[in-house]
Write a protein that binds this ligand. Structure first.
Ligand SMILES: Cc1cc2nc3c(=O)[nH]c(=O)nc-3n(C[C@H](O)[C@H](O)[C@H](O)COP(=O)(O)OP(=O)(O)OC[C@H]3O[C@@H](n4cnc5c(N)ncnc54)[C@H](O)[C@@H]3O)c2cc1C
Length: 403
């Protein structure tokens, strides 16, 4: 539970450190601002983009059950439900070993099964529209959108009672200005994202295809429309993104599962570089890093945004304790870094291992891949464990889930 009870929510925070200055109003910064405002903190949220530009990304996110719980706690779930496409099956193909495994609803842990979906696909635009609407309606939040002033002054200008949050994405200037240590590994790979119409695909199934050049996810976004997230060497992604729609559709046709065909391209495909990065400590003084300002992983398994939102969830848990007096302002940054460490390291390592294990043609690995897929096919506890790690976070299997 991350939100304070209504009485607590409405009263002004009296403890020291009752203000947050958040730089970056992407999906992480905006959601955090809303959660903190609901707990009664005073928020200033700034982004260099205007409200219109913030909404104007052609992207769809795979939403897991950990994100569902956070959105429910913040009172956003019901408003988003109509905008989301649930998927009730997840098909995993090892295209080299020519083996397939399926995850279905009964592979979910019992606390998640009531939702009748393994996950949901949510488009960026309705998500940002709702977040910005709620932020604009909150008397606790001052929004400064379209403000491109340099961020270095933020650190020196900050008031003594103020927390500063870097939610300014993977190239975070605030993180760099504060010289927070940061590790980064360039995958030399890229990712092509495109929306298209497919024929022959199941509208309630998400696909993850492990191919030698990299994994490809095919995510249902409603009716016969899908988003593909196609990893490959970056130059190849860029060439594909620049190719004609007919060339791209025929390249996709050649690799989609049998019976599934690419019919029409619905947006301009984009290609972006992939990296593995992590700030080993998510704080320095009163500066806190959330979302991709603090970490980035491979898009395999759709973990990226969900991992960012688990930062939000853990930070809101601590700020609630701060308001209740169970956490001191001094210890909050350290506790936040410590609380996030296992989840971040486990997700970063496991997504990295997944692509090293499955996205190659090494003959020596093939027997192990056959074994892994056979275990997934035949052993329910292996499917349940893997799905729980993907949807609730790697540390969750040993803990009871909130109802
Ligand atoms: C091209 C691309 C395509 C992607 N496609 C997918 C996808 O299909 N599915 C998926 O699940 N994930 C996708 N991702 C990943 C996903 O977008 C991220 O996980 C998510 O956006 C992280 O959210 P964030 O709020 O931490 O960072 P961001 O979304 O990057 O938000 C950071 C915000 O900070 C602002 N900002 C930056 N610097 C400053 C500054 N100096 N001053 C003020 N504001 C600043 C930016 O304008 C931005 O609004 C994609 C990422 C990229 C780059």
């Amino acid at each position: 539970m991350v939100t304070a009870d209504p009485q607590l929510r409405d009263s002004a925070v009296s403890a020291a450190h009752d203000r947050f200055r958040i730089i970056g109003a992407g999906p992480t910064g905006a959601l955090l601002a809303l959660g903190l405002a609901q707990q009664g903190f005073v928020i200033s949220l700034r982004d260099r983009l205007s409200a219109e530009m913030l909404q104007n990304r052609s992207r769809a996110y795979a939403i897991t059950h950990s994100s569902r719980r956070l959105l429910q706690d913040l009172g956003l779930w019901t408003a988003l439900l109509d905008q989301m496409e649930p998927f009730r099956a997840l098909r995993l193909d090892d295209c080299t070993a020519q083996r397939t495994a399926w995850f279905r609803l009964n592979d979910l842990r019992s606390a998640n099964r009531g939702s009748d979906a393994i996950g949901w696909i949510l488009d960026h635009r309705p998500l940002m529209r709702l977040l910005l609407e709620r932020l604009q309606a909150s008397s606790q939040v001052s929004l400064q959108l379209g403000d491109a002033s340099p961020v270095d002054a933020v650190l020196s200008d900050s008031e003594s009672r103020e927390w500063i949050v870097a939610a300014d994405g993977p190239r975070s200037k605030l993180r760099n200005c504060a010289r927070v240590p940061f590790w980064s590994h360039d995958y030399q790979q890229g990712c092509l994202t495109a929306k298209l119409r497919l024929s022959g695909a199941d509208p309630h199934c998400a696909y993850e295809l492990f191919r030698p050049e990299g994994p490809m996810a095919v995510l249902p976004v409603g009716h016969d429309r899908y988003q593909v997230v196609w990893s490959a060497p970056l130059s190849r992604c860029r060439d594909r993104a620049a190719s004609s729609p007919a060339e791209l559709l025929s390249a996709l046709d050649a690799i989609l599962p049998e019976g599934v065909n690419a019919v029409e391209l619905l947006d301009d495909p984009g290609a972006f570089p992939l990296e593995l990065s992590l700030a080993p400590r998510l704080h320095r003084g009163t500066l806190l890093l959330v979302g991709e300002a603090g970490h980035r992983c491979h898009p395999v398994g759709g973990q990226g945004l969900n991992l960012c939102w688990r930062d939000v969830s853990d930070l809101l848990h601590l700020t609630l304790k701060l308001r209740e007096g169970a956490v001191t302002p001094k210890s909050l940054p350290r506790r936040y870094s410590r609380r996030r460490r296992f989840d971040l390291v486990a997700v970063l390592l496991s997504t990295d291992l997944l692509i090293r294990f499955f996205s190659n043609q090494r003959l020596l690995l093939l027997p192990f891949r056959h074994l892994a897929l056979a275990m997934l096919r035949h052993l329910r506890w292996v499917r349940r464990f893997s799905l729980s790690a993907m949807t609730d976070g790697p540390g969750s299997f040993l803990k009871p889930l909130p109802k």
